[in-house]
Design a protein around this ligand. Sequence first.
Ligand code: PEP
Ligand code: MN
Length: 346
Amino acid sequence: MIISMKLHSTQAEVAAVCERIEHFGYKIHTIEGAERVVIAVIGVGDVTPCLESLEAMPQVEKAVRITAPYKFVSKEYKKGRTRIQVNGLEIGGDEFIVMAGPCSVESEKQIMESAEAVAAAGANILRGGAFKPRTSPYDFQGMAEEGLKLLRKAREATGLAIVTEVMSDADVPLVAEYADILQIGARNMQNFSLLKSLGKAGRPILLKRGLSSTIKELLMSAEYIVAHGNKDVMLCERGIRTFETVTRNTCDIVAVPVLHEMTHLPVILDPSHATGKRSLVAALSRAAVAIGADGLIVEIHPCPEKAVSDGAQSLHIPDFEKMMRSLQPYVELWKQARMTEAPVAV
Ligand code: PEP
Ligand code: MN
């Protein structure tokens, strides 16, 4: 952290700031310019309490953080990619991962047909919500444990791993019993008691970006999970709220390489919630592969017209198959790019 003192600060004022820094256990290195004193703060650990205390001192002009406030999820902490093992798959590794399935689990027939379509199209993981975060309390809220049981059945029938949402800390043990990956939805990205409880969930986490959250806030939420004991976290860009209304959300597609620059965690893109329109899903999915995402999470439905949630953005099964085929050349290039990545010393 670098502290810039106000112009012409007195020696006593500089000394008071230095004393405050030392009180937090850091070392100091002062640089005396012609008009201004700059203080370099040296030490390890989270500087936030010290920074906030210094910002409150009237003689301090500016306090600037040099290292990121997140630690475990940063590239400084770990140079190589985090590779997450799930049911024989590696997320964040050398394979492009596709998760697909309906927004909500609705019935045995619906989830079985979806699961078979996901497996037949060559996708890797089945999605389906049993606990649904709905804007209206009068909308379908999910089948809860009944839905989880159906997901288990689909897993047994197809061998596909399951990703499903958990909305409260009380439900984490139950959902973890059935799911291979726990999804934290956009609305819960900053539910800190839920994030803390995921530390001991024993399952990888798919953390979706909040509706209006910054990339740094997403990383801070991931930091909660890792700091509480679970290092298997993947991040998901699912669009953010902007002034644009043509699409349901605005896909911040550059968040994918931005996150890859900032963190070692895998980055998944959700083209369904990002657009809200099935006609846009395939194009955005190809863009996600091209920009280097680690995988996709896509909504499909055997009969989207009858879906209880997110029908307009859910692909019909033949269109999903077509999309999977259209991704192939992009995935080949994606693999070449991964193979030729400079090896990192870890
Ligand atoms: C979902 O995946 O169905 C969902 C509710 O997503 P999000 O949390 O991104 O809105
Ligand atoms: Mn949905």
